[in-house]
Each structure stands twice: as structure tokens, then as C-alpha cells.
Ligand binder design. Structure first.
Ligand code: IMP
Length: 427
């Protein structure tokens, strides 16, 4: 039985939440493997509309076990609020588990995220200011505190004492900010520990058992490939790997266990925060897409930058993830446009290039070279069968399929589960 990784193929916000929610109906385990509450996965189903930041989107399927993997950084306050809100709206969270290896977002991470962004001035990354970068930096610097540490108050006190005295020095001496009180942070995190302890587990054993029992497992990505710290538009990236490769690391299973890698692409492009985006539209069409698709960040409410589909970036995304299938979301957003453009190469000075540059400074200078296709100018959000799509919409999808070199399995034409065209089976 397959293990499927669901991966954001662009700059995040591709609609992974909807796709995971949909596939979770057929899956027995869903594991979120990267990021933190910088992610915002919008899900619309029979319980209503939800904006999930940490809890896997599989939580709505009554028989699905949901795991927040070791690769996620957890702000316990945000997670507890999310669990409360789900419970209040009738969603059962008793099948939710948290890896004891997942690192915690601490109050100094939130402060430092803001202070570091301000220090960057005009070169700010435009982070979500959720403390994610500083939390992952501390993980790598061996200065992190993990969810498992919440289960032993002595360990927690000892770790916090050492780390907080160091962080307070940075807060006060580098940034002139106020120090944090060790006693207050300790008391707060002890409380979080009490509330979260029923969920915290050594999760790799659970995953191994699920694999042995041939259960269907979804690895739920957060953010998108072009925000990856290695392969994204560095330094305008996030700080954990949203890639298929990152899914094994962040969930706790070997690469040979993953059967399918589903790349989720929007039918156009969006980006939130700083950094290059060659197909960005700063005109009426960009505004129209933003308004029509309500392209405002789920986590921060910031307007998303909108643009045409970038096939140079998409091909690169397929290359480094090894997608076996693709999902195209928000096709309906393009319903009214008379003509559509797809970026098929970049012009860099006098040269035409078809490779996605590794340098953000170079990408910044790239001008998109477009191919034009006719629009369909007809509604698609009621269509559930591929053959019923207008011929121009099928032509657009076929061209995307060709350019990204990956078969399209799912096409999403609206927020709701039923607004989905299944072109090929996934499981
Ligand atoms: P951070 O992950 O908060 O450090 O932000 C780094 C960059 O990633 C910024 O450009 C953010 O806007 C972007 N980013 C982080 N999370 C998401 C997401 O879930 N969707 C889209 N962009 C994101």
C-alpha cells in the first residue's frame, strides 16, 4: 500500500490543505513533516472552513491517525489553541500525536524573528514572524528544546537555564531589548507540557507499525519547493525543507518507503514575502487574480504576489522532488481571462535560459519569455469530469503536463472537496 508525499511545488499556498483533506479520506495515517505555524492550510469540508497551522489536514477523517513529525517546530500555545478550536467545532483530536523529537518555538524565537527582520531593513525576508527561522537555527546549533523535554521538568529547567541566559544576552546586548524571565517561561512551558503530554510519543515506532500493516500513509508538506533553504530563492526562503527529500527526514521513515510524490501546483503562481518572482504581475490581471482567488496569506493576511504559471521554476521543482504525479489547483480562477500566459524560459540580458538559476540575484534580473494560450471564458467550478472541461482548459492543462514532465492526477476547481476532478487514481 502506498506512501504518498504531498509536496508544495511553487512558493507555498498551492492548496496542499485541500488535497491532503481529500486524500485523507482514503488514508489511514497523515504525517506533517516540516515547517511550523508559518504554514496555513485552508480546508473546507462538512465541519466548515478551517485554517490549520500545525495540525495535519487529515484530522477531519474520523479513522485517520495524524502525526506532527519530528521535522516540525511547534509553538505549543498555537497548537493548544488549534486543538481547542477543533474540539469546539466538533472535530475529534484523540488520534493526534506529536513526535517527542519535534522542536519547540520559544518566546525568544518570536522576539528574535521580529528583531532580525527589522535589522535587515530593506533586505527583509518578509518572514511570517512566527519564530520559525530562529527555532530551526537553534535546532541546528544544538540550542533547541524539544517536545520530549516538556515531559521531564528537570531536563526542561536545565536546558532552559543554559539557553535562556545565552538568548537574553543577545536580546539585551545586541538588540537592546528586555530580557525574558526564566521563571515565567519555565512555568508557562510546564503548563504547556501538562496539556500536551497525552499527545507526545516516540512516533517512528508508530509509523513503522503502520508500514508493516500496509496502511495508506500521507506525508503532508508545508510551504513550497522554491522556499527550500537549499534549492529555493536563498536567502528569501524558509528554514526547513519542504521537498520530497525532506519528507522522509521530517516524518521519520526511509526514502525507499515512499511510493508516490505528488507535486501540488497552482494553475498560476503566487508568492508572499520578499524575493524574486519572474512572472509577477503588477497590473490589472495580477489584481484580478488576487481578488478573484482571495490571495491573501492564511497566516499573516498579507496580499500575495500573483503571476502567470512559471514552467521554468516548475520543471526545476519536478527535477529536485522527483514528482510522480501532479495536482493543479485553482484552475477556476482563470475562468474569465481571454488569454493565458505560461513562462517557458527566461531572458537574462541577451541570453535566453531555460534553467532555474541558483542565485536569487540572477533570478531577479530574469525576464519571463511567455507562450500564449487561449482562455476558455466559461465557468469550471461545477465540473467534476475532465472530459467536461472546455477544450481550451484541457489544452492549458495538457501544455502544463508537458512542460512539467509529470502526469496530472487531480485538478481542483474550487475550495470544496467535491470541486475536484480526479483524472487518475492516486492510491
Ligand atoms: P518564515 O518561514 O516565517 O521564516 O518566512 C520565510 C519566507 O517563507 C517568507 O517569504 C514567508 O512569506 C514564506 N512562507 C513561510 N511560510 C509560508 C507558507 O506557508 N506559505 C507561503 N509562504 C510562506
Amino acid at each position: 500500500m502506498p506512501v504518498i508525499a504531498v509536496i508544495g511545488a511553487q512558493w507555498g499556498d498551492e492548496g496542499k490543505g485541500k488535497i491532503v483533506d481529500l486524500l485523507a479520506e482514503e488514508a489511514e495515517v497523515v504525517i506533517r513533516f516540516s515547517g511550523g505555524d508559518n504554514a496555513g492550510h485552508t480546508v473546507v469540508n462538512r465541519y466548515g472552513e478551517f485554517k490549520l497551522h500545525l495540525v495535519p489536514a487529515g484530522i477531519f477523517s474520523p479513522l485517520t491517525t495524524c502525526i506532527i513529525g519530528n521535522g516540525v517546530v511547534i509553538n505549543p500555545k498555537v497548537l493548544l489553541e488549534e486543538i481547542d478550536q477543533l474540539n469546539q467545532r466538533g472535530v475529534d483530536t484523540s488520534r493526534l500525536f506529536i513526535s517527542d523529537r519535534a522542536h519547540l518555538v520559544m518566546p525568544y524565537h518570536l522576539l528574535l524573528d521580529g528583531l532580525e527582520e527589522e535589522a535587515r531593513g530593506g533586505k527583509a525576508i518578509g518572514t511570517t514572524r512566527k519564530g520559525i527561522g530562529p527555532a530551526f537555527a537553534d535546532k541546528t546549533a544544538r540550542l533547541g528544546i524539544r517536545t520530549g523535554d516538556l515531559l521531564d521538568r528537570e531536563v526542561l529547567r536545565e536546558r532552559l537555564h543554559f539557553i535562556l541566559s545565552y538568548k537574553n544576552t543577545i536580546l539585551t546586548k545586541v538588540y537592546g531589548a528586555d530580557p525574558l524571565s526564566e521563571d515565567e517561561v519555565y512555568a508557562q512551558y510546564c503548563q504547556y507540557g501538562e496539556k500536551l503530554s497525552p499527545y507526545i510519543r516516540e512516533t517512528t515506532a508508530m509509523i513503522e507499525e503502520a508500514l508493516e500493516q500496509k496502511k495508506r500513509i500521507l506525508l503532508e508538506g508545508a510551504q513550497g519547493t522554491l522556499l527550500d533553504p537549499d534549492f529555493g530563492t536563498y536567502p528569501y526562503t524558509t528554514s526547513s525543507s519542504p521537498l520530497a527529500g525532506g519528507s522522509c527526514l521530517g516524518a521519520g521513515l526511509g526514502p525507499t518507503k515512499v511510493d508516490q510524490i505528488l507535486g501540488v501546483f497552482k494553475a498560476y503562481c503566487t508568492r508572499v514575502g520578499g524575493g524574486p518572482m519572474p512572472t509577477e504581475l503588477k497590473d490589472e490581471i495580477g489584481n484580478l487574480i488576487r481578488e478573484r482567488a482571495h490571495e491573501f496569506g492564511t497566516t499573516t493576511g498579507r496580499p500575495r504576489r500573483c503571476g502567470w504559471f512559471d514552467a521554468v521554476a516548475a520543471k526545476f521543482s519536478t527535477r529536485i522532488n522527483g514528482f510522480t504525479q501532479a495536482a493543479i489547483t485553482r484552475l477556476d480562477v482563470l475562468d474569465t481571462l481571454p488569454t493565458l500566459k505560461i513562462c517557458v524560459s527566461y531572458k537574462l540580458g541577451e541570453e535566453v535560459i531555460s534553467q532555474f538559476p541558483s542565485s536569487a540575484a540572477v533570478l531577479e534580473q530574469c525576464q519571463p519569455v511567455y507562450e500564449e494560450l487561449p482562455g476558455w471564458q466559461a465557468p469550471t467550478s461545477h465540473i467534476q469530469n475532465y472530459e467536461q472541461l472546455p477544450p481550451q482548459a484541457r489544452q492549458y492543462l495538457s501544455r502544463l503536463e508537458e512542460l512539467i514532465s509529470c502526469p496530472i492526477s487531480i485538478i481542483s476547481v474550487g475550495m470544496r472537496r467535491e470541486q475536484t476532478i480526479r483524472k487518475r487514481p492516486i492510491f
